[in-house]
Design a protein around this ligand. Structure first.
Ligand code: FMN
Length: 187
């Protein structure tokens, strides 16, 4: 987590706060998470999730491709992935990143960089990660179990742990854009 504090930010504003849940706290969150999902309650994240149609055509194409790949790889219409989401990937720790409610778009941008710092630093230590909207879609549960002030927005949850290489979910290998699709060089 100390490495994550090195993340650059607009004017060194450092908008992030990290809440790291593990042990009994995470087990209690997980219990409530599974129960609320079972009730079929829709997500109500602090940060607006947006609708598919809000994404550009290229983004929607990429999103459709990964959903197809997930279904083909794990079967049952991707259900095993959704089940894993509900269980917070069975992770032993989840890092939640918040930013102040009083914020700019660059605060949000910077918190994404902090997210990547957490994951890169974890990887360096041999720890795998999944960033997930699904881990922050019920902010009321997170506020019940951790002291997260109302003037902060919970942006993302990062499940940390060790990849189960035998699990079908580990076989999902996302397809990335080709260099010429996403990168333009000028000399
Ligand atoms: C902001 C953000 C939110 C995400 N939310 C979820 C999620 O709720 N559930 C999930 O399984 N994966 C989630 N992901 C992971 C992406 O689906 C994943 O990064 C993408 O499919 C590419 O796969 P890769 O990271 O293995 O290359 C999220 C990633 C980001 C950056």
């Amino acid at each position: 987590m100390e490495t994550s504090l090195l993340t650059p930010s607009w004017g060194n504003s450092q908008p992030w706060t990290f809440y790291v849940a593990s042990g009994t706290t995470l087990e209690n969150i997980r219990k409530d998470w599974i129960a609320k999902n079972k009730e079929g309650i829709k997500g109500n994240s602090d940060i607006e999730a947006g609708h598919r149609n809000d994404f550009s055509d290229r983004c929607q194409k990429c999103m459709n491709e990964i959903m197809k790949l997930v279904s083909e790889t794990v079967g049952n219409n991707g259900q095993p992935l959704w089940d894993a989401n509900v269980e917070l990937f069975n992770a032993p720790s989840v890092v939640y990143i918040t930013i102040p409610k009083k914020r700019t778009l660059f605060n949000l941008f910077d918190s994404g960089a902090a997210e990547m710092s957490v994951m890169a630093a974890a990887k360096e230590l041999g720890v795998d990660s999944v960033p997930a909207y699904e881990a922050i879609k019920y902010p009321d549960i997170l506020r019940k179990h951790m002291k997260i002030p109302d003037d902060e927005d919970i942006v993302i949850g990062i499940a940390l742990g060790y990849e189960d290489k035998e699990n079908a979910l580990s076989k999902i290998k996302s397809k990335k854009l080709r260099l010429d699709e996403a990168c333009h060089f000028y000399e």
